[in-house]
Ligand binder design. Structure first.
Ligand SMILES: [Fe+2]
Ligand SMILES: [Fe+2]
Length: 130
């Protein structure tokens, strides 16, 4: 089952960044299937670590573009990226501690991507790429 389908609302209008958003969604959807299978101590933690690595690369790329374009809301966008990475780390620790609430984790995962997309990436798209 898919947690988040790709949608044009996730597009920044820059092919490389959009491909990175697609890759993040693939990891998120795979992670969602793994959450449902209940293998927290192994596959879910591995997938969260993969999500952290891919997200860190994507965020650095987005930040480089924002810096180059002198984006006015750089600081708050950058801060939200740091928050998102810290949340993944906290979730990895929760899983290591054996907390395995499927519903809460799926809800967190959905919000993790879609909230930042709406509140930070969509305005970036509007200001820089339309
Ligand atoms: Fe993004
Ligand atoms: Fe972003």
């Amino acid at each position: 089952m898919t947690l988040i389908e790709w949608s044009p609302q996730f597009s920044l209008g820059v092919a490389e960044l959009d491909n990175e958003h697609r890759d993040l969604l693939q990891i998120i959807n795979r992670l969602y299937e793994q959450i449902q299978s209940g293998h927290y101590q192994t596959t879910v933690i591995d997938a969260l670590e993969e999500l952290h690595g891919s997200a860190a690369n994507h965020f650095a790329h987005e930040e480089e573009i924002m810096r180059n374009r002198h984006y006015a809301k750089f600081d708050e966008h950058h801060a939200d990226h740091r928050r998102l990475l810290a949340e993944i780390t906290a979730m990895i620790h929760q899983c290591q501690d054996g907390i395995d609430d499927d519903e809460a984790m799926a809800k967190w995962l959905y919000e993790w991507f879609s909230h930042h997309s709406k509140t930070h990436d969509a305005p970036l798209h509007q200001l820089l790429f339309v």
